[in-house]
Design a protein around this ligand. Structure first.
Ligand SMILES: Nc1ncnc2c1ncn2[C@@H]1O[C@H](COP(=O)(O)OP(=O)(O)OP(=O)(O)O)[C@@H](O)[C@H]1O
Ligand SMILES: [Mg+2]
Length: 379
């Protein structure tokens, strides 16, 4: 087990800077998730931690010890690669037992662990097959099991579930989380699936274009995203973003969006408010007026353009003055495409972003001063 520190780490490939001044502390025993869109530098960062790439600048510490130039073998990490490679001529059993065997661990102990881990990932019936005789998802489970059989200081997992079907993926998510909790091994888990990140991580580092946008617990990321990019990346379906204007009047700020206006206490906002802002609101917080909590004081009106029902929930896309807004409706609500609907919200559920930089402008819990004008529809 180990703690990890990235200190001002940069990585360049030729002229391209892939990682920009990465600073991150991972605690001993923590399950840290790296999440972000394709190409943002997650694998590169993981490979630097494994010792497979060397930072261009900066340091990496394992338990306070500088390992920046330590080769992979000296770090005691077990990594599952995004494109994993198995030994093609060996059976699953031999693939799993190979690493511990090379390290001279007792045969009986290794054989036991192979059986246990194989059972855990559902490979116990396939131990005598060769990789060519397995499906993609089964091969991926062999790669995962090969890392789990070790007792490393660090687990480094790069999209280890990407080839599995939805049911197995969800099952393995729970298994990996449980196993990590039991073993207490510090784990870095890379994914671009935010549901995986939210359900598995103790903390999540959200990457974008080689930078970390925010490091926080799933609940903090959801409730207090640092900026619009994090806000719209975390949460499914995506947060809505409404164009708005802001005007300060004495101690209050007056916001107007899509035909509705309200005032909030100015002290809730970190800096001078720009005149153009964007308001973020999650589909869950934007209610159909016939199914809304009474605290919802603001109303916008639009036309239904699409309806998605999964059975347990219904999401309705509404066009409000040219802005497409997603809202959660009661399942099987009697609305149809083309209907006019009223949506209501409570301003205390809003997030406020600078429309240019995307920074979250709101530092405090907001207190609604008054609805400056009665809520009115835009028709
Ligand atoms: N060896 C290399 N030489 C040059 N460029 C590289 C190299 N490895 C990665 N890159 C570039 O670095 C960037 C980050 O790649 P990386 O593999 O870290 O992304 P990622 O976040 O893991 O993406 P994905 O989700 O698609 O796996 C990409 O633009 C990639 O093309
Ligand atoms: Mg990758």
């Amino acid at each position: 087990m180990a703690s990890v520190t990235f200190q001002s780490v940069w990585k360049r490939f030729g002229a391209a800077t892939i990682i920009h001044d990465l600073n991150l502390q991972i605690f001993d025993g923590e399950f840290m998730v790296f999440v972000g869109p394709s190409g943002c530098g997650k694998t590169t960062t993981l490979r630097m931690l494994a010792g497979l790439e060397t930072p261009t600048y900066g340091k990496i510490l394992l338990d306070q010890k500088d390992v920046t130039l330590t080769p992979p073998g000296g770090r005691d990490t077990a990594m599952v690669f995004q494109s994993y490679a198995l030994y093609p001529h060996m059976t699953v059993r031999k693939n799993l037992a190979f690493g511990p065997g090379v390290r001279g661990e007792p045969k009986a102990d290794v054989a036991n662990r192979v059986e246990r881990v194989a059972q855990l990932v559902g490979l116990d019936k396939l131990l005598d097959r060769r990789p060519a005789e397995l499906s993609g998802g089964q091969r991926q489970r062999v790669a995962l099991a090969r890392a789990m059989i070790r007792r490393p200081r660090l687990f480094l997992l790069d999209e280890p579930l990407s080839n599995l079907d939805a049911a197995l993926r969800s099952h393995m998510r729970t298994e990996i989380s449980d196993l990590q909790r039991q073993l207490g091994v510090t784990t870095v888990y890379v994914t671009h699936d935010q549901v995986e990140a939210m359900t598995m991580g103790h903390r999540i580092a959200v990457f974008d274009k080689g930078r970390i946008l925010q490091v926080a617990t799933p609940a903090e990321l959801y409730r207090s995203p640092a900026n619009k990019a994090v806000a719209t990346f975390i949460g499914s379906p995506k947060m809505n973003v409404l164009p708005a204007t802001a005007q300060t009047e004495g101690g209050s700020a007056r916001f107007s969006t899509l035909g509705t206006t309200f005032k909030l206490a100015l002290q809730a906002f970190s800096d001078a408010l720009p005149a153009e802002v964007e308001l973020g609101i999650r589909p869950d917080d934007l209610h159909w007026t016939k199914d809304a909590p009474s605290r919802c004081s603001q109303k916008i009106t639009g036309t239904v353009t699409s309806i998605e029902t999964t059975g347990s929930e219904t999401f309705v896309l509404v066009n409000v003055a040219g802005t497409e807004i997603n809202s959660r409706f009661p399942s099987f609500a009697p609305v149809r495409i083309g209907d006019q609907v009223d949506l209501v919200f409570d301003p205390s559920d809003l997030h406020f972003f600078d429309s240019i930089s995307g920074v979250n402008l709101c530092s405090l819990q907001r207190e609604l001063l008054s609805a400056a004008e009665p809520a009115r529809s835009v028709g």
